[in-house]
Design a binder for this molecule. Structure first.
Ligand code: NAD
Length: 238
């Protein structure tokens, strides 16, 4: 389980706050966290960097580089303390804060997200779900009742939401985004297939599965036709 020559991790919270973590590393930190959560659930107390890297699908040097953004100072030891590393990554990702998420749009996607039980254990509590359709308003989704969008500001305040997910049609996404911003929400995740404008002080992330599938298709196609790479290299050299 433990690997004697691996560094024991010492992390500095201040270092983590001060340093900007590259987005690829941020993505991997969330994967390490998921792996650490499974190890914690299994009662594992220490883990080697090789094992953690393998669980996350990366190699050890990348893992160590990623952890260095958290201010880790490696001394030769007996692997990583699972609980400690879990807490440090959670703190660096802001997951020790109280994240209370409002979902706007109770259609297929909004309901699926609201009904997913896996967010809470990762630090996100879904506190409200909104829709404009009178046939949907009042419906129960999990333990939530769909609120009317007309009451957005009041319910956001009452439920102390500090994050929102937009799961509405593209045509209404910007106006709802504006209302969220005016209501003081500064972290928004949008699924709507449209470019949204927000003030600089607001963090906006967009999820687009179609784009991801297109990128996957591109790589799959290149993997099936290795000659494509050679062809394009020849063309770009001409
Ligand atoms: N990014 C992705 O990978 C991805 C995947 C699936 C869907 N989407 C997008 O997510 C959005 C939701 O998809 P869906 O399948 O759940 O659609 P849906 O039609 O099932 O649900 C949309 C919901 O929004 C509600 N709505 C419409 N106007 C509203 C308003 N002004 N205020 C509040 N609610 C309002 C509708 O009543 C409906 O319940 C769409 O924009 C869709 O294109 C993105």
């Amino acid at each position: 389980m433990t690997t004697p020559e691996l560094p024991e991790l010492h992390l500095s919270g201040a270092g983590a706050a001060a340093r900007q973590i590259p987005s690829a590393s941020l993505t991997r930190l969330t994967i390490y966290l998921r792996a650490l959560n499974s190890l914690l659930a299994d009662g594992t107390e220490r883990v080697s960097s090789d094992r953690l890297a393998e669980a996350a699908g990366v190699n050890s040097p990348i893992l160590r580089k990623d952890l260095s953004y958290l201010g880790s100072y490696g001394t030769r030891g007996v692997g990583y303390d699972v609980q400690y590393l879990n807490r440090q990554i959670s703190a660096a990702l802001g997951l020790t804060l109280d994240w209370r998420v409002a979902i706007i749009g109770a259609g297929n996607l909004g309901r699926a997200l609201a009904g997913y039980s896996g967010f809470e254990s990762r630090g996100f509590e879904i506190v409200s779900l909104f829709d404009a359709d009178q046939l949907v308003v009042g419906a129960e989704v999990g333990w939530l009742r769909v609120s009317p969008i007309t009451e957005l500001e009041t319910v956001l305040e009452r439920t102390r939401a500090n994050m929102a997910v937009l799961a509405v049609p593209a045509a209404v996404a910007q106006s709802l985004c504006d209302r969220l911003v005016d209501a003081g929400i500064t972290s928004i995740l949008s699924f709507a297939p449209v470019v949204l404008q927000v003030p600089e002080s607001v963090q906006l992330r967009k999820v687009d599965m179609a784009t991801e599938l297109q990128i996957l298709a591109y790589h799959a196609q290149r993997a099936q036709e290795p000659d494509l790479d050679a062809d394009s290299r020849t063309r770009s050299a001409q």
